[in-house]
Ligand binder design. Structure first.
Ligand code: GDP
Length: 195
């Protein structure tokens, strides 16, 4: 999709604030600093629209970006905040779980993992959880420019194995620096959202 118009419709803390109007939604999830804002900005052709590096301790919200009046990108707050209290972490987990498990317009989730590392415990939990709820899932390995192209297969195998992905489960190497993978991520979104 050629994107010209994007609006942050709402930073929601509760389900009653989620937008209605029936547009399909694609959620993006991953641990903090994985490159989620950079992926969103690449997809919508902006330099710094989605905020970068969510700050630990800040109020955690689900950010709904209306893209071309056709689809919402739902920015799920980064998980793995060491600095947030246990209580805050639980409430935050509950908000995400409720959204992901009950939200009707949700058509798919993009799970971001770092191309350079083995998936973390949190990545694995998130993957298992999304698989359990049968939510269409695309795994995107971020910051691929930081590893040599010759090592991409190795990185993919490690991530697939770490997450326990089936061979047919979709996986894409991505870089916000080189835009590698942008078209394929868009293709997946368009397919899931039936655009
Ligand atoms: P978020 O916390 O998941 O939203 O992560 P950000 O998008 O803010 O990215 C975290 C850091 O990683 C920033 O310093 C980015 O510049 C850097 N980063 C994100 N994506 C890429 C990428 O594809 N390649 C490289 N080299 N750095 C990236």
């Amino acid at each position: 999709m050629e994107v010209h118009e994007v609006n942050l419709t709402i930073s929601a803390v509760a389900p009653k604030q989620y937008p209605d109007g029936g547009l399909p939604e694609i959620a993006l999830a991953g641990r903090s600093n994985v490159g989620k804002s950079s992926l969103i900005n690449t997809l919508i052709n902006r330099k710094a629209y989605a905020r970068t590096s969510s700050q630990p301790g800040k109020t955690q919200t689900l950010n709904f970006y209306n893209v071309e009046q056709q689809v919402y990108f739902v920015d799920v707050p980064g998980y793995g905040f060491a600095k947030v209290s246990k209580k805050a972490r639980e409430a935050f987990g509950q908000m995400i779980e409720t959204y992901l498990s009950t939200r009707k317009p949700l058509r798919g989730v993009i799970l971001l993992v770092d191309a350079r590392h083995d998936p973390s415990e949190d990545d694995i939990s998130m993957y298992d959880w999304l698989t359990y709820y049968d939510i269409p899932l695309l795994v995107v390995a971020t910051k691929s420019d930081k590893i040599a192209k010759g090592k991409w297969n190795q990185s993919e195998s490690r991530i697939r194995k770490g997450l326990g992905m089936q061979a047919s489960a979709p996986f894409i190497q991505f870089s916000a620096e080189t835009k590698q993978g942008k078209a394929v991520v868009w293709q997946w979104i368009e397919q899931q959202a039936a655009l």
